[in-house]
Structure formats: structure tokens, C-alpha cells
Write a protein that binds this ligand. Structure first.
Ligand code: NAP
Length: 255
């Protein structure tokens, strides 16, 4: 019988995971989930308070975590973030490029700074963190890179030209880097959440939420844990033959 069939589940013992934007929302749940499966976690966020809260939460439940605040949109900060993770835990096995923002507006009203901020935070950050982390992963001959995209990058969304472009860009980035790193036993995949209940979607009007519900075949908004389960699978050895793929976690929105 193949070895994988004997495995009882996901075990990330001895793995080190760096999760960007893990101070709240989806990133926080990804960090908690990977920690619960045994990984040591470098918890990144923009503000030190949120990453410290999540790192403490992990330590209180018996896990190992270090808070590392940094603006991943700035290349030098992303590079130092990866270095700090390695300095603390001696390696980096799993990188989750999750940090992201929205600056929504219709195209004709969208300001140049809103375009730049979203592309920098959502897309350039993935380039910067991946470039820095892949150097270590290549030496280790092991790595799991997971990019958090969006349904918006697959089917588009009114008022999100900047956001949809950044997330579609992540999907192309995922495939190109997956091809480059495959020979080093490093996999690169993307997860495309639909509408997930976090601070990012909290302020949507009841009208917009109702419209959204109608577009979601499974009839509910997603929870951060729905995304975290997929990330945990892709981070594990069970997903060792999967690379360059995009997995939608969207209640069926983009089928
Ligand atoms: P969220 O609740 O707004 O949390 C965003 C997190 O990213 C926060 O921890 C924030 O740090 C951090 N962050 C923002 N800018 C950063 C920067 N420049 N450097 C480092 N960290 C930064 O967002 P979310 O809803 O969990 O979204 C997480 C990811 O999923 C994003 O990439 C988003 O585009 C994607 N996504 C979300 C949804 C959704 O419906 N919520 C759907 C599809 C895709 P602080 O805590 O310090 O502020």
C-alpha cells in the first residue's frame, strides 16, 4: 500500500511557517491552524500589536511562535522579515503570502495612489517574500509556497480593478514560480477565497451582502477557517504532487 494511504492526517511537526498578514482575519486562522498541526510560526502583520496578540495566542496553546511586524510591500522589509524568521527558527519551510488590502472604487474615480498601494501590498509583497524565502528553500531542497489570491482575480468585480489585477497577477506569478522551483522539491500554489467574513468584508452594506449571497451556490459567506483548512493541506506532505494550481474556496461562486 502506498505510504500516503497509511497516514492518519496532516503533521507539520518540525516545519517552520512564515505567514504574512497574520494579525487578523484569514492570516490569523492560517497561523493558528498550522500551529495546531505542529508548525513553528513566524507571525507577520503590519502593526506589532496584532502579530504579538496572535503569537501569544499560539504560545498559550502550547505552540511556538514569534511576532514579526513588517510592511511586506517594502522590499527591504520583506527581505529582513524572512531573515528574522530564519534567525529565530533556523529555516523556513512554508511561506504563506496572505497580506492584502483593498482600496475599492470605480475605474474613473480610482486614484493612482489606490492602484499603487494595492498592487504593492498584494502583488509586489509576494515577489519580495518569495524571492527571499526561496533562497533558503532551495538550499533546504524543500518548500511550500501558498499565495492567497481571490475570486476577484478570476472573475473580476465591479469597483476592484486594482484588487482584481493584483490577484490575477498572483495567479500568473504562482505558475511561473512553480515551474522555476519544481526541480528543487518546492511547490507553489494559490488559494482563491470568495467572500470571507473578516474585517475586510465587515463594512459591506446589508444590500451588498444579500446580493453576494445570491451569487454563492452554497448560500453563506465563508469563514477564515474554510481557507485555513485548504492552506494546511497544501502546506503538508499530502500535497507533494500538486504545484502551479489555484484552489477556489468560494462556496461555488467561480465554478
Ligand atoms: P484583513 O482582515 O483586513 O487582515 C489583513 C491582514 O494583513 C492584517 O493582519 C494586516 O496587518 C495585514 N497587512 C496589511 N497590509 C500589510 C502590509 N503592508 N504588510 C504586512 N501585513 C499587512 O484581511 P483578510 O480578509 O483576512 O484577507 C487576507 C487575505 O485574503 C488578503 O490577501 C485578501 O486579499 C484575501 N482575500 C480576502 C477575502 C475576504 O473576503 N476577506 C476574499 C478573498 C481574498 P494588521 O493586523 O497589522 O493591520
Amino acid at each position: 500500500m502506498e505510504q500516503n494511504l497509511l497516514s492518519t492526517g496532516i503533521n507539520l511537526q518540525d516545519r517552520v511557517a512564515l505567514v504574512t498578514g497574520a494579525g487578523r482575519g484569514i492570516g490569523r486562522l492560517i497561523a493558528l491552524r498550522l500551529a495546531a498541526l505542529g508548525a513553528k510560526i513566524a507571525v507577520n502583520s503590519l502593526h506589532s500589536e496584532t502579530s504579538e496578540n496572535v503569537a501569544s495566542e499560539i504560545r498559550r496553546s502550547g505552540g511556538s511562535a514569534v511576532p514579526l511586524s513588517a510592511n511586506v510591500g517594502v522590499y527591504s522589509e520583506a527581505e529582513s522579515l524572512v531573515e528574522e524568521c530564519v534567525r529565530h527558527f533556523s529555516r523556513v519551510d512554508i511561506l504563506v503570502n496572505n497580506a492584502g488590502i483593498t482600496r475599492d472604487g470605480l475605474l474613473l474615480r480610482m486614484k493612482e495612489m489606490d492602484w499603487d498601494a494595492v498592487l504593492t501590498t498584494n502583488l509586489k509583497s509576494a515577489f519580495s517574500c518569495t524571492r527571499a524565502a526561496s533562497k533558503w528553500m532551495i538550499r533546504q531542497r524543500y518548500g511550500r509556497i501558498i499565495n492567497i489570491a481571490s475570486v476577484s482575480g478570476i472573475i473580476g468585480n465591479v469597483g476592484q480593478a486594482n484588487y482584481a489585477a493584483s490577484k490575477a497577477g498572483l495567479l500568473g506569478f504562482t505558475k511561473a514560480v512553480a515551474r522555476e522551483l519544481a526541480g528543487r522539491t518546492i511547490t507553489v500554489n494559490a488559494v482563491a477565497p470568495g467572500f470571507i467574513e473578516t474585517d475586510m468584508t465587515r463594512d459591506l452594506s446589508p444590500q451588498v451582502k444579500e446580493d453576494l449571497m445570491r451569487r454563492i451556490p452554497l448560500g453563506r459567506l465563508g469563514q477564515p477557517s474554510d481557507v485555513a483548512h485548504m492552506v494546511a493541506f497544501l502546506a503538508s506532505d499530502l500535497a507533494s504532487y500538486i504545484t502551479g494550481q489555484t484552489f477556489s474556496v468560494d462556496g461555488g461562486m467561480a465554478m
